[in-house]
Design a protein. Structure first.
Length: 268
């Protein structure tokens, strides 16, 4: 295990049902198997239980399986012994990657204890922790790869923990992602902007994954809506229209970019 103490940055060692450092800071291991490394003065909590349950239901119905397969193929082409999923959520992707790469030491980090608890149910062998992806509990230059799938990105932290020539894989919405859903919600819709490139990294591979999905269940339509930023900014009358919708056909389009850290690249 490569975990470090969030208080003093010393290495954490697993002792019985806790992780402890040499300065005697201790963090209990939850019954499900994860450790919470969020310090007590933090007020951030991540997704609540209801949102996690909705997203788990939606993803487990296979709507994004084409994307998961694509990412798995990209990761399988890279030589990695340690891999971090920064913003792992409920583990839909992370647990699958562990199946593909069983010898890879894998970590899943998310701020939501409900999401991490759900991820642990698979007992896949991933090391799950509740923590902020802006304060990763890992030592400098300790990882071969970092994944970010529809999650915020802190490139300073990624650069800090990645070894030289380490990989960063980012997945986000393509220009036409959820076009059909947008048409149901808004009269004036626009394509998503896709950012490519990070200082200190070379772009190794870039591709778009596209599919057309049909959602016949209102619960799944609502779960998808909750997974998007539109959930927080859509007018109430438009939300009500979506609640009455029993079938949705929409394009899903994902941008997948694989970067490699260049030599002498350092975090700011």
């Amino acid at each position: 295990m490569m975990l470090i103490c969030p208080k003093c940055k010393c290495k954490l060692n697993k002792i019985d049902n806790s992780y402890k450092c040499d300065n005697n800071h201790s963090f209990d291991i939850a019954k499900r198997g994860y450790v919470n490394l969020v310090l007590g003065n933090s007020k951030a909590t991540g997704d609540d239980k209801h949102m996690v349950n909705s997203r788990t239901q939606f993803l487990n119905h296979g709507y994004y399986e084409k994307l998961r397969t694509c990412i798995g193929n990209v990761l399988s082409s890279c030589e990695m012994n340690t891999l971090v999923d920064a913003g792992c959520g409920e583990g839909y992707y992370t647990n699958y990657f562990k199946q593909l790469l069983p010898s890879c030491e894998m970590y899943g980090f998310d701020l939501s204890k409900y999401a991490v608890d759900e991820a642990c149910k698979a007992k896949s062998g991933v090391n799950y922790c509740v923590c902020s992806i802006f304060h990763l509990p890992l030592d400098n230059l300790s990882c071969d790869g970092v994944i970010s799938i529809f999650a915020p990105v802190d490139m300073d932290e990624n650069t800090r923990i990645l070894k030289e020539n380490g990989y960063f894989l980012q997945v986000g919405p393509g220009p036409k992602h959820l076009w059909g859903l947008k048409q149901e919600l808004y009269s004036d819709i626009y394509e998503n902007q896709v950012k490519v490139g990070y200082e200190g990294y070379k772009l190794v591979k870039e591709e778009y994954v596209e599919d057309v999905i049909t959602i016949d269940h209102q619960e799944d339509i609502w779960a998808l809506f909750q997974m998007t930023p539109y959930y927080w900014r859509t007018p109430k009358e438009n939300v009500q229209r979506l609640k009455n919708l029993n079938k949705l056909i929409t394009t899903v389009q994902f941008h997948v970019a694989l970067y490699q850290k260049e030599e002498n690249s350092v975090s700011k």
